[in-house]
Design a protein around this ligand. Structure first.
Ligand SMILES: [Zn+2]
Ligand SMILES: [Zn+2]
Ligand SMILES: [Zn+2]
Length: 261
């Protein structure tokens, strides 16, 4: 069985276009320069796993139309990755069940603060309903999808990347949208994956995200067969930046679907 990976969003926290910006990328006609906030849909067989519920979650579900969600994985608690979580209630209604939610301990703690009503003991119908699971270092399985977490240094906090393989085996795809530095232990886990999806904010340096130079160095260290850059800001013109890259490294865009395996 293969893994299908869909980019629901490839933009940084502001989204592209940015509010009230007249720059060449924000006003571009190239659909690949329109970026919702980062999220991804991973499918294998009948299993459907969502990564992150950012502010564009509803819009992303209307476009991608997954019939159900078997689980939701969160990378970290930054607003651009979690604030759409309330809209999960639509899937609760459809599936008539709570949805498994996987996140690291700091992310779950922050969600309990910001969305106390979701985690309340006095749960009422119509509210989102999740079953929280804490992501540690161990791999876990959701239906036909095997998930291996990789801890990433996002400077102000740790974020989780995830490596996906079909439960039956085959090539791996790694998703690492918010990272400044890959710790050595995580480099070991990532080395040699078939497909790498990794943070590349822009060419200019940034305190918490990799820029082009840092992302290229990470690709060198990990040595995947192919790479897609994501979490891009409005300084990145799709065609202009992609023209500088070797064929094995491409820029992601919203709606791009990869078949791995
Ligand atoms: Zn982000
Ligand atoms: Zn702009
Ligand atoms: Zn972040």
């Amino acid at each position: 069985m293969t893994i299908t990976f869909e980019f629901l969003g490839s933009g940084t926290s502001t989204g592209v276009p940015c509010i009230a910006c007249d720059c060449a990328v924000c006003t571009s006609d190239d659909p690949r320069n329109k970026r919702l906030r980062c999220a991804a849909l991973v499918k294998s067989g009948a299993t459907c796993v969502l990564v992150d519920t950012g502010p564009d979650f509803r819009q992303q579900m209307l476009r991608a139309r997954p019939p159900r969600l078997d689980a939701v994985l969160l990378t970290h608690y930054h607003a651009d990755h979690v604030v759409g979580i309330d809209d999960l209630r639509r899937f609760n209604l459809l599936q008539e069940s709570a949805i498994d939610l996987w996140a690291d301990a700091p992310t779950l703690a922050r969600l309990r603060q910001c969305f106390d009503y979701i985690f309340s003991d006095r749960h009422r119908p119509g509210l989102p309903s999740v079953i929280p699971h804490t992501v540690g270092g161990e791999a876990f399985t959701i239906g036909a999808v095997r998930v291996t977490p990789v801890a990433l240094d996002h400077q102000i906090l740790e974020s989780q990347g995830y490596i996906f393989t079909a439960e039956s085996g085959g090539p791996a795809i790694a998703y690492c949208p918010d990272v400044k530095r890959v710790p050595d232990a995580s480099l070991e886990r990532l080395r040699g994956v078939d497909t790498l999806v990794i943070d590349m904010l822009r060419e200019k340096a940034h305190p918490t995200h990799m820029n082009l130079e840092e992302s290229l160095a990470a690709v060198d260290a990990i040595a995947p067969r192919q790479t897609f850059f994501t979490h891009m800001a409005h300084e990145v013109d799709h065609a202009a930046v992609e023209a500088k890259l070797p064929p094995s490294i491409r820029l992601a865009y919203d709606g791009l679907v990869l078949d791995v395996g």
